[in-house]
Design a protein around this ligand. Structure first.
Ligand SMILES: NC(=O)c1ccc[n+]([C@@H]2O[C@H](COP(=O)([O-])OP(=O)(O)OC[C@H]3O[C@@H](n4cnc5c(N)ncnc54)[C@H](O)[C@@H]3O)[C@@H](O)[C@H]2O)c1
Length: 359
């Protein structure tokens, strides 16, 4: 990272940064006397990131690299079985450590595989996408999709260490950068109005000096998780934009006629829709709604919804993990920089939010 970033203490593990982070990692591995070191990566993180990562790793232990195909479609239980089998064949035992180096797919699936292999081995996250740095690697949620239903199977279990090195972003495609940006915008909207304001003036194409913004985003995510690690209260605010966003993501994933959306692209639409709902419920003003919609639309391409898309998307809402006693619960905005959780929303209002988005 261009600036030296202080390590952040999360709930039970540190988040370390940049080149100093690798020193910390090596000492950590040494101190823990692991039997084997396994590295989980996918096609792109293997190709783009391991050549930077491996020279930093100073250890005399055997290192085994496990590679899976890239993409959300791989985040399923079949891939887990393959990884568990490889770990077994390669002599993985309870003193092994799994280093997950990749985007949110790798940190989610790697965290889950490690949490369940031999009833749990240590794991470390090295996020290599913007989205994984500011969101997926922090907070201990990990798991896989069930068919096209997002994140239905999983556990909350924290890594031993997260190492954020923004040099990995040099090879990340711009649409993937944008995808991560959606979660950063969300952090501002739900928690820090000043942070949100920084994005209003940010040129959509300017990712030049991003480290400070990334650091603040990690701080916000961590602060929320620290207050409520098991998502009984305030952590639900992080689901702002995700109730509709996940349903849209799942629908586009399962529908052959639709282009698969990146996670952040779906969340960007979800945030606009849920801002509309917040406005209609008088939780934000019309001016705030317009400001948010314009800022997000300046960065993300508008998604086209056909008339017959709405009903299947609404049906997918019944699988949302925040639902309690069969009721769909939204996390909405309560002014910019604040949120209101456990909000029930009438179907008509959801329909109206899509109509407004299309207009
Ligand atoms: N656990 C959580 O709290 C949490 C939070 C948010 C999102 N998620 C999950 O994260 C996933 C999305 O993560 P993502 O956006 O990182 O997607 P991803 O992991 O699929 O990565 C996106 C693409 O970038 C490639 N890639 C990774 N690093 C690269 C690099 N440095 N250079 C070039 N290419 C690189 C990957 O191979 C992949 O093709 C979703 O499954 C989502 O559900 C989890």
């Amino acid at each position: 990272m261009k600036q030296k970033m202080q390590a952040i203490q999360a709930n039970g593990y540190p988040i370390v940064f940049g080149e100093n982070g690798y020193e910390f990692l090596n000492t950590f591995i040494e101190d823990n006397k692991y039997s084997n070191i396994f590295i989980l990566s996918d096609t792109h993180s293997n190709e783009c990131c391991l050549s930077r990562f491996l020279p930093f790793l100073a250890t005399d232990k055997t290192i085994e690299i496990i590679e899976i195909e890239s993409g959300e479609i791989e985040k399923n239980i079949t891939t887990c079985v393959e990884i568990w089998s490889i770990l077994t064949e390669l002599g993985g035992d309870r003193k092994s450590v799994l280093i997950n180096i990749g985007g949110g797919v790798i940190t989610d699936i790697g965290g889950f595989v490690a949490s369940t292999f031999k009833r749990g081995i240590d794991f470390i996250h090295i996020p290599t996408t913007l989205l994984a740095m500011v969101d997926a690697s922090v907070g201990g949620k990990n798991g896989v999709d069930l068919g096209t239903l997002k994140n239905q199977i999983g556990v909350i279990n924290v890594p031993k260490l997260v190492l954020v090195d923004t040099e990995y972003l040099a090879t990340l495609p711009r649409n993937e950068m944008r995808s991560g940006l959606a979660e950063m915008l969300k952090h501002g909207l739900i928690f820090d109005a000043n942070y949100w304001a920084e994005f209003r003036t940010l040129e959509s194409a300017d990712f030049a000096d991003f480290d400070t913004l990334i650091y603040r985003s990690i701080e916000i995510k961590n602060e929320i998780v620290m207050q409520d690690p098991t998502e009984n209260g305030i952590r639900k605010a992080l689901n702002f934009g995700h109730t509709l966003g996940h349903a849209i993501e799942s629908y586009f994933l399962e529908n052959e006629n639709k282009k698969t959306l990146l996670h952040g692209e779906a969340i960007a639409v979800g945030m606009i829709l849920e801002c509309y709902i917040s406005w209609q419920k008088k939780l934000i003003s019309a001016a705030e709604y317009i400001e948010i919609k314009q800022t997000i639309n300046a960065i993300f391409t508008t998604i086209v919804f056909e008339e017959n898309d709405l009903s299947p998307i609404m049906n997918l809402l019944i699988h949302d993990k925040k639902n309690e006693y069969g009721k769909i619960q939204f996390a909405l905005l309560d002014g910019i920089g604040n949120s209101k959780i456990n909000q029930e929303v009438e179907n008509e209002l959801i329909v109206k939010s899509f109509a407004d988005y299309k207009s």
